[in-house]
Design a protein around this ligand. Structure first.
Ligand code: CAA
Length: 305
């Protein structure tokens, strides 16, 4: 554990928030998990327990360490109580600039003066988020990847005013958690999504133009480029609404037509086909089944011999 950081508050208990709580609790930190809804917090604790069970089953975590880690997580629905003794606060709420503005304005008032304010945003400007506080030197991007307990990368994003000492501390902390940190600067999409999202968008454009079907596109990228998931399956995994929101940040941020989201992606999001979380995107999802079945709406585009 790093000396300067003992208590970490994570705001948001969704997929990213509970994954971040999982790794910090396992790393020995006191974790305060905050959400506006107690039922969401209870579900998140259940998810963390199940994900830790996978580690216990394969022998990378003992039952005793699991129990100790879960014991380090406390849940809160009140922001003031959740942050009052925090050394580091990581915001992992929905990707919505107005919501983040409100959270960071509140954090600036409620968090201890020396606390570092980090955001897990996947594409919103760190400099803009920092501008909602009176401590922009202490605001930084700490972008974890999904699933957080599995993925090694932490993309650390410096806002325009971020203090180099804060970057160094977050870098060391990420390493101490067993992650591999990479520091980048604050431009639209940073690095991860500036490169990932145009690839996903190109896969959707290829499908839209009928160049190939869903399975062909994903198989080519999986087996041809050794990606663990094809780009369409990955888009479903991330959430098509999130992919669209990030592409719009790139499109408006750079003002370049090459980032314009595919019409098929826009249509799917408007129709509520958001990927795994809504039960259907490019594929159909059945709870408890790992089988990949192409959505009926897109199956006619498959090449069948
Ligand atoms: N918590 C803990 N462990 C987990 C887990 C979780 N939530 N999910 C999976 N695992 C573990 C499993 O226990 C398993 O461990 P072992 O190999 O040691 O047995 C391992 O991860 C693989 O899991 P599965 O066997 O269940 O499934 P898989 O082999 O198909 O792998 C995957 C699943 C890890 C998700 C893999 O498909 C993968 O790496 N996919 C790509 C993920 C990716 O690209 N993520 C980044 C998305 S972009 C993003 O997050 C940022 C953004 O801004 C949009």
């Amino acid at each position: 554990m790093l000396q300067q950081i003992k208590t970490v508050t994570v705001i948001g208990s969704g997929t990213m928030g509970n994954g971040i709580c999982h790794v910090f609790a396992q790393g020995g930190y006191n974790v305060h998990m905050m959400d506006i809804n107690q039922a969401a917090l209870d579900r998140a604790i259940g998810t963390i327990g199940k994900n830790m069970d996978r580690q216990v089953t394969k022998g990378s975590l003992t039952e005793a360490d699991k129990a100790a880690a879960l014991g380090r997580i406390a849940t809160y629905t009140d922001l003031a109580t959740a942050v009052k003794d925090a050394d580091l606060i990581i915001e992992a709420a929905t990707e919505n600039i107005d919501l983040k503005m409100k959270i960071f304005q509140d954090l600036d008032k409620l968090a201890p003066e020396n606390a570092i304010l980090a955001t897990n945003t996947s594409s919103i400007s760190i400099t803009r988020i920092a501008s909602y506080t009176r401590r922009p030197t202490k605001v930084i991007g700490m972008h974890f990847m999904n699933p957080v307990p599995v993925m090694k990368l932490v993309e650390i994003i410096n806002g325009y005013a971020t203090d180099a000492k804060v970057t160094e501390l977050i870098y060391d902390l990420s390493k101490q958690l067993g992650k591999v940190p990479c520091v980048v600067n604050d431009y639209p999409g940073f690095i991860a999504n500036r490169i990932l999202m145009p690839m996903i968008n190109e896969a959707i454009l290829s499908l839209q133009e009928g160049v190939a079907g869903v399975e062909e596109i994903d198989t080519i990228m999986k087996l041809g480029m050794a990606h663990p998931m094809g780009p369409l399956q990955l888009a479903d995994f991330i959430g098509l609404d999130t992919c669209l929101a990030i592409l719009n940040v790139l499109y408006t941020g750079f003002g370049n037509q090459k980032y314009a989201p595919a019409s098929l992606l826009i249509n799917m999001v408007q129709a509520g086909y958001l990927g795994a979380k809504s039960g259907e995107g490019f594929y159909k999802y059945t709870p408890g089944s790992k089988e990949l079945v192409v959505s009926d709406r897109l199956a006619s585009k498959q090449w069948k011999m």
